[in-house]
Design a protein around this ligand. Structure first.
Ligand SMILES: Nc1nc2c(ncn2[C@@H]2O[C@H](COP(=O)(O)OP(=O)(O)OP(=O)(O)O)[C@@H](O)[C@H]2O)c(=O)[nH]1
Length: 504
């Protein structure tokens, strides 16, 4: 994902600031200017970036900070929190309720990915036990109904549409009523793509929104949720476009698509500010399962190279067969990140398609090693690394100390694998990089003893403890481990330990 590069730039800037001998006004300004430049280059809207800079300066008032304060950590936390704030409007997202049939309407620009995303959304909820259905109220695009029909059939989801009726309002009403009678608890209405300039299409969208909710059966005047689908390639125009939608219908949440491509992505983030609505999912490919739950804090953690454990546990449950989950977690939670673990992970990445997504949530893996669009090169690199590791002794593979690899060992490994010495050194550097990041994440477990009073986090962890298989829970470290994991993701304050830093 291109945003990973933005993360890399921000992380690099923070690192530079942390390595500065003194932290003064100039160091802070240099750091913020560089982050501003990076965000603007990645198409985040100008006024958002400016606001972020002003707020950070207000929070980090260097003059008022008494000696002894860890200024580096305070700056780092402020940057983290402001990035989260940019992505999280602080408004809870609507969750469909199985007890009452929920009607969800998808809107967005032409080609943003609405129809594809409708199916992904429905497929996701179907796996969570909902009884969903799809209604195609897109009469503008030729072939729209066929596209939805094809997607729905593939996912075994009931659908409704018409080849002969051209009034989207009528189709929406008929479809909603029909699925309501069939006791579907999540009814999705796909609408025509709008172009901001086309006022007539906006008017039509308003009418569909009113009509879907106004069916005789529902007796309400609007859909339960309007999802605005935004293409991440849209660039700086995102803010204005999103605002135009928000002014026409009550956008409740945002889904960003095509986060797998080469788009800068930052523009789409501006959609959050324009609609004051949270992003709930991101689309990461054309396939049904290339869809990830979005949560601002873990996302920013991941963007800054610190891994997304909560997303990881979720995804692991979804894609790894139950009997393989405990073994995988056992390896991942192993005390030392030995070379053999790196080898096994590389093997998993190469062998098991969906696991790629799981590993992309782990710090350091995939985002840097396997950027989308460069899969072939990345796979070749991983295979090269594995060939070199094949020439290592068991003792070397079990070691977590890179110092054991002196000159003669490196030469032996290079000769044995038919590679050159610098390539072996490259591979060992990669190992050191991953081991350092993993060390940081594991270090978070130390926070377990800290104050952890948030009721909601407790509730969430209790929920997780129920849905996770018992053996897997054991591997995470039972409730304590879970609480710890959730705590790591739960508050900016808790990230102090994660970021470390020296005291002034
Ligand atoms: N790479 C990638 N492609 C996507 C993603 N989501 C959708 N697409 C592709 O984007 C193109 C447009 O998707 P549609 O779902 O037809 O878009 P739409 O918004 O319904 O289009 P209109 O009805 O014309 O407004 C298709 O080729 C999809 O396969 C995604 O997350 N990643």
């Amino acid at each position: 994902m291109v945003l990973a590069k933005l993360g890399g730039r921000i992380t690099g800037t923070i690192k530079q600031m942390k390595n500065a001998t003194i932290i003064d006004e100039k160091t802070l300004n240099d750091c913020l200017d560089e982050i501003t430049r990076a965000l603007l280059q990645y198409d985040v809207s100008f006024h958002l970036v400016k606001e972020m800079q002003t707020t950070i300066k207000k929070i980090v008032n260097l003059e008022d900070l008494a000696a002894g304060h860890n200024k580096r950590s305070i700056i780092e936390q402020a940057i983290f929190c402001e990035l989260c704030k940019m992505l999280d409007p602080g408004k809870p997202a609507f969750a469909p309720n199985k007890a009452n049939s929920s009607i969800v309407m998808f809107v967005g620009l032409q080609g943003a990915g609405k129809t594809t995303t409708c199916t992904k959304y429905v497929y996701y909820h179907q796996k969570k036990g909902y009884k969903p259905a799809l209604v195609c109220a897109n009469t503008f695009k030729a072939g729209a109904f066929d596209q939805l029909k094809q997607n729905a059939t593939k996912a075994k989801i009931p659908f409704y549409g018409s080849y002969t009726e051209f009034d989207p309002v009528k189709i929406a009403v008929d479809g909603v009523d029909r699925f309501k009678k069939e006791n579907c608890d999540l009814i999705i209405v796909d609408t025509s793509g709008r172009h901001k300039q086309k006022a007539s299409l906006f008017e039509e969208m308003r009418q569909v929104a009113e009509a879907t909710g106004y069916s005789l059966i529902l007796k309400s005047s609007k859909p339960d949720l309007v999802i605005f689908v935004m293409d991440s390639t849209i660039g700086q125009a995102a803010f204005e476009q999103a605002q135009a939608f928000k002014q026409s219908v009550a956008v409740g949440v945002v889904i960003i698509t095509k986060m797998d491509g080469h788009a800068k992505g930052g523009g789409a983030l501006s959609a959050v500010a324009a609609t004051k609505s949270p992003i709930i999912f991101i689309g990461t490919g054309e396939h049904m399962d290339e869809f990830q739950v979005f949560d601002a804090k873990p996302f920013v953690c991941r963007l800054l190279g610190n891994g997304d454990w909560s997303g990881f546990v979720d995804k692991l449950q979804e894609v790894v067969p139950k009997d393989q989950q405990p073994e995988l977690l056992e390896k991942l939670s192993h005390g030392n990140f030995i070379l053999r673990i790196m080898y096994d992970q590389f093997q998993n990445i190469l062998n098991m398609g969906p696991l790629k997504e799981v590993f992309s949530m782990l710090p350091g893996i995939c985002a840097e090693m396997m950027p989308k669009g460069h899969e072939k090169e990345s796979q070749a690199k991983i295979k090269r690394y594995m060939t070199m590791m094949d020439s290592m002794t068991n003792k070397e593979l079990e070691s977590s100390n890179p110092k054991v690899f002196n000159g003669s060992r490196i030469m032996r490994i290079a000769r044995g694998s038919g590679r050159i010495v610098t390539e072996v050194m490259d591979m060992l550097d990669e190992y050191k990089r991953l081991a350092t990041i993993w060390g940081k994440v594991k270090g978070l477990k130390m926070l377990e003893k800290g104050n952890m009073s948030s009721l909601s986090r407790n509730k969430n962890s209790q929920h997780l403890s129920k849905v996770l298989p018992a053996q897997m829970l054991k591997q995470i470290g039972s409730m304590g481990g879970l609480l710890s994991l959730m705590k790591q993701m739960g508050s900016g304050k808790d990230l102090t330990g994660m970021f470390g830093g020296r005291d002034e």
